[in-house]
Design a protein. Structure first.
Length: 375
């Protein structure tokens, strides 16, 4: 058991609440890693910072994120702010010695991401990006199967991420409705998760043709506010991509899909076999071989459950869920931070994902195919 303790800071308490809960539980699942003390939290407002402090037991709270970046008593810092703030926060934090855990997307656009990556390289630093779905055992098994050549030549990829979180036209988008604050709607919020899976398993696409739609052009700026403001970001995006080796891919994501909660999934079809996975059935991977014998074809269910070799809890045969992927992601981050090993996914992967997002946005604007920038 590791008796050392790490002191953590958190910027942002929206999705950051998941990271705070995961940090607090990390040592229970991975006793070889140090326990994490929740030391400081910063949010945009003093009342929300104090609320997060009380909820999770942080030692202190502030409405000024600069205090966390300058603090000399933090070992690691989680940045979970709106995308508009990622560049100034990450660039400033890279100058410190803190280990950095950064929420996706890396920035509001590709220039933001490239600037962050350039600064990190100049300083000899890196950070881990938060792409938790690649830490699902079924997804890791899919990548292994692909790497072994089991699928043969890759013909096609189809990935989706659907939510119904903004199906109600009265639901405020707040900063997610601002292009300057968010960088985009579904295209820069949920689609990056699928882009990460595509590029991690199959490589970078060559070019993109995309369409975006904003179905609700105006929404209230806040809860119980009778005013309406313009929505500057997309509700739905559909991308067609050319894959390495000549295959085709599609990525579709939307935030107004009735009946969907976190409907994430992918299918990959090759000359020898196909794979499919869904978050709604996250404990299984499905494999279908290409075989003329009808008794040997069809989808075969592969149970993957919680196959985390380095974890002490709760056992491989217990079904896994989304919070468990966050724990595995954080464990990888802390382990690499302690050993000095490379982060995976690091800032370079964040920039790669941003390059695909940028190509999609540029394609939708130009109504044309757009090449994906090299990173």
């Amino acid at each position: 058991m590791n008796e050392k303790k790490l002191r953590a800071g958190l910027i942002g308490s929206g999705v950051g609440r998941l990271y705070a809960a995961s940090l607090r539980a990390l040592h229970d699942y991975y006793p070889d890693l140090p326990a994490v003390e929740l030391t400081a939290v910063a949010t945009a407002h003093a009342y929300s910072a104090e609320r997060a402090r009380r909820h999770f037991g942080f030692e202190r709270a502030t409405a000024d994120y600069h205090e966390l970046i300058a603090a000399d008593d933090l070992d690691l810092l989680v940045i979970a702010s709106p995308p508009r703030w990622h560049r100034p926060m990450v660039e400033a934090a890279l100058k410190s010695t803190k280990a950095l855990y950064v929420d996706k997307p890396l920035g509001v656009d590709l220039p933001d991401a490239q600037a962050i990556l350039s600064r990190a390289r100049a300083l000899g630093r890196d950070a881990q990006m938060i792409f938790e779905f690649r830490f699902c055992p079924a997804v890791q098994t899919a990548r292994q199967v692909i790497g072994e050549g089991r699928l043969g030549e890759i013909y096609a990829f189809r990935g989706v991420y659907f939510r119904s979180s903004y199906s109600d036209r009265r639901t405020p988008l707040r900063w997610k409705g601002s292009r300057a604050e968010s960088g985009g709607g579904s295209v820069n919020d949920t689609a990056p998760h699928v882009i990460d899976l595509l590029t991690w398993m199959l490589g970078m696409p060559d070019k993109v043709a995309a369409q975006t739609r904003t179905f609700v052009p105006t929404r209230p700026p806040g809860k119980d506010d009778p005013r309406l403001v313009k929505v500057e970001t997309d509700d739905h995006v559909l991308m067609l991509l050319t894959l390495p080796g000549g295959g085709l891919g599609t990525i579709e994501s939307g935030r107004m899909v009735a009946g969907s909660v976190h409907d994430v999934g992918f299918e990959i079809h090759g000359s020898r076999a196909s794979l499919r996975w869904s978050l709604l059935d996250s404990n299984h991977l499905y494999l279908a071989d290409s075989d003329p014998d009808p008794l040997k074809t069809g989808w075969r269910q592969i149970p993957t459950l919680q196959r985390y070799p380095e974890a002490a809890l709760p056992g491989w045969d217990v079904p896994a869920g989304m919070m468990r992927f966050h724990l595995a992601s954080l464990a990888a981050f802390v382990r690499q931070s302690l050993t000095g090993g490379p982060y995976d996914p690091g800032l370079e992967q964040g920039a790669r994902v941003q390059a695909v997002v940028q190509a999609a946005l540029d394609s939708a604007a130009a109504q044309a195919w757009v090449p994906v920038a090299a990173i």
